[in-house]
Design a protein around this ligand. Structure first.
Ligand SMILES: *[C@@H]1O[C@H](CO)[C@@H](O)[C@H](O)[C@H]1NC(C)=O
Ligand SMILES: *[C@@H]1O[C@H](CO)[C@@H](O)[C@H](O)[C@H]1NC(C)=O
Length: 272
């Protein structure tokens, strides 16, 4: 049975005025959105540095089609070694995220360790599965010492409640009460967060080379999207949307052309 450690007795909320933007270099930022003239089809023209959002040939998300994916039977089970770490719940203006302040553990990909830095939700899902968009997607972002990125993604459909979200639901409510505009950034201390429940073994996942799904749309991200969707309650979907400004409640980038990229599917037999 997974246990969660939340040591927060006092809720601290800090509001910092920042703009909703993507961090490019140290001091360069560009505002983007999901609608109209700041919408996903315009990202590439918001700034020359974002050209890859439009011109890139390996952008994410994509539609993951089982019958088109290549079965890779050489694969290993995902190797993750997560641990509890101090974390902060963040409304960064374009999504709700959990940022780990301490070391939250690693994921090993092809012999290289990637540290878990943060995770965030998109509603509805960004990746599609067999042409179908689901209700939400959680993305866990990992970074290796050499700067390379790997992201694991879990898709959710409406159904039973998700146990991880249940633990932070009250904090999500607090985040929503804190009227955070698109030019603001709100944070709530979560204390110690145990990510083990998110690690649950998965024998079935897609792997492909893609990009960040928000500007700067940087490529060379190794994606692992779990093949089996999980569920969250309608109230939990609402709780994830509540802190967001209207224009960011639906914050899924549309699927991008796969341009002939190879998508591997790892579908392991049950171990006895
Ligand atoms: C990678 O992480 C694992 C698990 O935490 C650890 O045992 C191993 O020493 C790490 N390897 C390197 C090269 O840091
Ligand atoms: C993904 O990118 C890496 C690094 O560029 C490359 O070695 C690998 O072959 C690519 N994988 C696929 C399935 O295209």
């Amino acid at each position: 049975m997974a246990t969660y450690g939340f040591s927060v007795l006092v809720i601290t909320i800090s509001l910092v005025i920042v703009t909703t933007y993507a961090t490019l270099d140290a001091d360069e930022t560009i505002q983007f959105g999901y609608l109209g003239d700041k919408g996903p089809d315009k990202w590439g023209s918001l700034d020359p540095k974002l050209k890859v959002c439009t011109d890139g040939k390996a952008q994410s998300p994509i539609d993951l089609v089982r019958t088109k994916a290549t079965l890779d039977d050489k694969l290993n089970a995902l190797s993750r070694d997560y641990q509890s770490a101090r974390a902060t719940l963040v409304n960064n203006g374009f999504n709700v995220a959990v940022h780990f302040d301490g070391s939250a553990g690693t994921m090993n990909v092809d012999g290289k360790n990637y540290s878990l830095l943060q995770m965030h939700w998109h509603t509805p899902s960004e990746h599609k599965m067999d042409g179908k968009q689901l209700d939400a997607e959680l993305q866990l972002v990992h970074k290796a010492d050499d700067g390379s990125i790997s992201i694991t993604a879990i898709l959710y459909q409406i159904g039973n409640g998700d146990s991880f979200l249940a633990r932070i639901q009250k904090k999500l409510g607090d985040l929503a009460k804190d009227k955070c505009g698109p030019n603001e950034h709100a944070e709530i201390d979560l204390g110690n967060v145990n990510t083990k429940p998110l690690r649950k073994s998965t024998r079935n996942y897609f792997r492909y080379n893609g990009s960040f799904t928000t500007p700067p749309c940087t490529e060379n991200v190794i994606w692992f999207v779990f093949g089996k969707p999980r569920s969250m309650s309608p109230q939990q979907i609402d709780a994830l949307k509540a802190p967001m400004e209207a224009a960011y409640k639906n914050n899924a980038r549309p699927v991008q052309p796969d341009n002939g990229r190879i998508v591997n599917i790892h579908d392991q037999p049950k171990k006895n």
